[in-house]
Design a protein. Structure first.
Length: 283
């Protein structure tokens, strides 16, 4: 039983922010596949969902090869995570349902972990990158799908294809605003406003993150610097201890020599007195 579930989880390791991000993207991808398979949607919306899911597959594939490259035991990693590679293959919808196992793995990791806050605090940068990735994919997905649904078939609308919808969402979230594609319906304007607000917040977080990367000292550098300071202090303390030890040994030798000389003088004095007493007795 343990062998059949060994790929699900390594129970002694808490989930990383990147693993949690992959779980959320897996959940989003499964929803997209279910909508594509069972939903009553038009052809352009289906093409858009398929394009988004293919992009998510590329994210999964990149993460798989990154983790494989980083793993020390690559064979063991492949044994435990081969299902991740299978679930990352695009254009085969049946294989994408294997992402349910990715979700189950991380859910079990969460259940066996007492707190998710501690790993997040220890890996703030990874948590920030993972959050930005999930936020970007989620905003682009919902914005492009919703605007295509509300704008498709409306007179005067120019967002009527999968490409135009995803391009509009990308331009709007970046607050560039080329104006080549724009919503004409009230619902489309509301969606655009929400996307603009999300985009401003999104890139504000990115700016803060980049500032922390280039301005604030890296946590590893802080630890290395602190360790180097401790190492220097230890070396200085050891040198002072060795110097004090040498000085103490020299003083001990000097004291020993003094004591030996005093003992020799006392012994000589006693011998002289005894000899003198004996001579006096003989006389």
């Amino acid at each position: 039983m343990a062998n059949t579930k060994r790929w699900l989880i390594q129970p002694d390791t808490p989930p990383t922010p990147l693993q949690l991000a992959m779980m959320l993207l897996s959940l989003l991808s499964v929803i997209l596949v279910l909508v594509i398979t069972f939903g009553r949607i038009d052809g352009e919306t289906r093409r858009l969902l398929f394009f988004i899911d293919t992009c998510i597959c590329m994210v999964f594939m990149s993460n798989f090869f990154y983790e494989l490259f980083k793993a020390s035991a690559k064979t063991e990693y492949l044994k435990h995570h081969w299902i991740d590679f299978v679930a990352s293959i695009p254009a085969i919808e049946a294989l994408r349902m294997a992402r349910l196992f990715q979700i189950l793995r991380v859910v079990r990791l969460i259940r066996t972990t007492r707190s998710l806050i501690v790993p997040m605090l220890k890996q703030r940068r990874q948590a920030t990158v993972a959050s930005l990735l999930v936020a970007l994919v989620t905003i682009l997905t919902f914005a492009s799908v919703l605007v295509l649904i509300v704008e498709s078939g409306v007179e005067g609308a120019n967002i009527d294809t999968a490409e135009s919808a995803i391009w509009w969402a990308l331009v709007t979230i970046s607050t560039v605003g080329y104006g080549d594609y724009y919503p004409v319906t009230t619902a489309g304007h509301i969606i655009g406003g929400v996307v603009i607000v999300c985009g401003v917040s999104f890139f504000g977080v990115i700016s803060g993150y980049m500032a922390s990367v280039f301005v604030a000292p890296d946590e590893a550098e802080k630890l290395d610097s602190h360790a180097e300071e401790i190492r220097c202090e230890l070396n200085n303390s050891l040198m002072r201890m060795e110097a004090n030890q040498q000085k103490l040994l020299a003083e001990i030798d000097e004291l020993k020599q003094t004591i030996e000389e005093q003992l020799e003088d006392k012994i000589d004095d006693k011998l002289d007195r005894k000899l003198e007493n004996r001579l006096n007795q003989d006389n």
